[in-house]
Design a protein around this ligand. Sequence first.
Ligand SMILES: [Zn+2]
Length: 216
Amino acid sequence: MKNIMFIAPPAAGKGTQAELVVEKYHIPHISTGDILREISKEDSEIGEYVRETMASGKLVKDEITYQLIEERLNKDDCKNGFIIDGFPRNLDQAIEYDKILEKLGYEIGNVILIDIDKNTLEKRITGRRLCENCNAIYNINDKNNTPKVESVCDICGGKLYQRSDDNLEAFATRYTTYLEKTEPIIEHYKEKGVLKTVDGNDTVENIFNKIDEIIK
Ligand SMILES: [Zn+2]
């Protein structure tokens, strides 16, 4: 199994696809967010630093993140492939990530770009509704995913609500940041010949089948 990195704009369903890959192939899902949360519970100098930095809303220094990622990827469960998530976030980090992999004797593997129209993402964002009781997710802009009764959860009858950051303004900000920081990463891996593009204007199942074709 080759290592996998997903690149996708916000709301493209990257997390869902990563879960499906983990379910089928039983490889670890390495998320920098999880690594930082774990280390912040530790009673060590680095644990304390991460805890205080996160609590103050600041970003953990790159060198610390690199060190933690290297330690995590060096564990035995990563030797047969893994998914890296939430990292790298910009070109500098991508270059550093490549160095870490080289040091550990790993290949970059498959860098999979879920390519999706901005318009489709906007529809997903503005149509998303969550059940306040069981957290089920619906989308009123997707006829396959609309609740049977308006604003009522099919599963538990709970009330549906819209998340406050699911609006076009917040999305535009996240999307602009994505383009700015991520386009150079895409170019970087394209030049290295490891970038695979999957059309994300499709159902979760169809997108997964395309990803599965690449990784199996
Ligand atoms: Zn519900």
